[in-house]
Design a protein around this ligand. Structure first.
Ligand code: AMP
Length: 214
């Protein structure tokens, strides 16, 4: 199964993508996670990407597409859940070309739909485990012990780009640059929309129901 999850920053698509990939037994491929790993390792790509990410801007298409081309050509990527890619029309076209070449077409593009007014509140307050990547939230999913991951006891941190002003900027970028990608997949007749408001396990059921129709 090859699925793209779409949605504004803070829509919960990272959480849904993690669970969906696990339940389908395919890799969860997140461009944000790939960039953050490069940043942590201080690679040339990481240093370049950080200039954009820290300000809530998109990393240039050619850099992002090249990173994804490499990731999707690996043997484990015959099925996947993509999270955070494509984010521009150029990336959507590039992904289409890559998958056509690999003869691995997409089955679904799923939009996790959350109104703007809920978004800033959600993205601000997000906590991420520095060891295993599990996502918590100060208000909606607080950890059992403050600052400690329930799953692996790692230290929880706040993403540098989750400040209120950067989140607002990322939302503007989403509206201006990523929304056309929805229309693209609508034209391709693979776009479905899931109401992203509600408890994460309810939303997960809605996502799974869509993928079970095949
Ligand atoms: P995310 O973890 O998906 O919220 O991504 C964090 C940041 O990484 C974004 O705000 C962008 O700066 C960058 N990024 C992630 N995915 C992409 C992409 N497909 N194209 C360009 N920049 C991206």
């Amino acid at each position: 199964m090859r699925i793209v999850l779409l949605g504004p920053p803070g829509s919960g698509k990272g959480t849904q993508a993690t669970h969906l990939a696990k339940s389908l037994g395919v890799p969860h491929i997140s461009t944000g996670d790939l960039f953050r790993a490069q940043i942590a390792e201080e690679t040339e790509l990481g240093i370049l990407a950080n200039e954009y990410i820290a300000h809530g801007n998109l990393v240039p298409d050619e850099v992002t597409n090249a990173m994804m081309r490499e990731r999707l050509s690996r043997a484990d990527a015959s099925g996947f859940v993509l999270d955070g890619y494509p984010r521009t029309l150029d990336q959507a076209h590039a992904l289409g070309a890559m998958l056509q070449q690999l003869q691995r077409p997409l089955h679904h593009a799923i939009l996790i739909d959350v109104p703007d007014e809920n978004i800033v509140e959600r993205a601000v307050g997000r906590l991420v485990c520095g060891s295993c990547g599990e996502i918590f939230h100060l208000k909606f999913k607080p950890p059992g012990v403050a600052g400690i991951c329930d799953k692996c006891r790692g230290i929880l941190g706040v993403r540098e780009d989750d400040t209120p002003s950067t989140v607002r900027h990322r939302l503007t970028v989403y509206g201006r640059i990523t929304k056309p990608v929805l229309a693209f997949y609508q034209r391709e007749k693979i776009l479905s929309r899931v109401d992203g408001v509600g408890p994460p396990d309810e939303i997960f059921k809605r996502v799974v129901a869509l993928t079970e129709n095949d």
